[in-house]
Design a protein around this ligand. Sequence first.
Ligand code: ADP
Length: 303
Amino acid sequence: MNIIETRDVCKQYGNVLRVAHLDLDVPEGSVYGFLGPNGAGKSTTLKMILGLVRPTAGSIQVLGKNMDGKNRLAVLRQVGSLIESPSYYGHLTGEENLRIVQTLRGAPEKNIREVLQLVRLDGQRGKKVAHYSLGMKQRLGLAAALLGYPRLLILDEPTNGLDPAGIQEMRELIGALPERFGMTVVVSSHLLSEIDQMADHVAIIREGELVFQDTLEALHDRSRHHLALRTTDNAAARAVLREESVACREEAGYLLLPILSDGQAGQLTRLLGAQGLGVIRLEERQKSLEEIFLELTGKAASL
Ligand code: ADP
């Protein structure tokens, strides 16, 4: 079952479609990475899913229900979220801040201690939030989102502004949630490496449009192997390849070919030699995930 389904969802600001015809399917129990460069429309989409921004067009189902006025509150009771930097009462401790959220949500009081432990803030319970580091505030935000043990957790760039150790910690926490609590997690990021390390499903958007949606494994499958050939005369080598019906294209001084069997590759180098062509390089290559991301989004993976 899909815990979120959006169909043809659009959001227009001014006269620009910032989110365009999105069909997202988030399988229950997944860590669903929502990936795209800054400004691609991730936050806007997540806010529409949470009912914080009204779509210009399209429909959104969460937990099997349409996100309309009638169902919204009932649905949101089962959803936790961390969108943008959370705000707190700085003069109160982390535990006191969580108590406010717990009372508002009507969650059991024992959950406060549990979620503080979960995000490893139990040692800092008595500390005023004004004295928290950014990483601690982010973890407190996650604790607040987890308070009611929601079926669905939506996290918008939860590692933004964290140092490498904080990022690692957040990643481990998030990755463990489906198994430990049966939660589904939607997590957005502009960093491919991050999604690669914690998600099992991936959606990639570019300028508001969905350019990829499948399992992480399927994304990895795209990094197919190929052969790169460089000869003393690539133009002449192309003619030989054409005669042998081997597809190729030229890129940066190399002819890129599909993977050939050892027999085919041996035959090809003999033919090239017979034409007086020297083989300078014949190497197997694999596209990196970064290259695929670049192809899909037109932006480098770290932008
Ligand atoms: P992301 O989360 O992927 O960085 P956003 O969803 O925040 O992207 O923004 C997508 C685009 O929509 C950006 O060009 C942004 O400037 C624009 N945008 C977002 N919110 C508003 C708004 N309230 N009014 C006008 N434009 C907006």
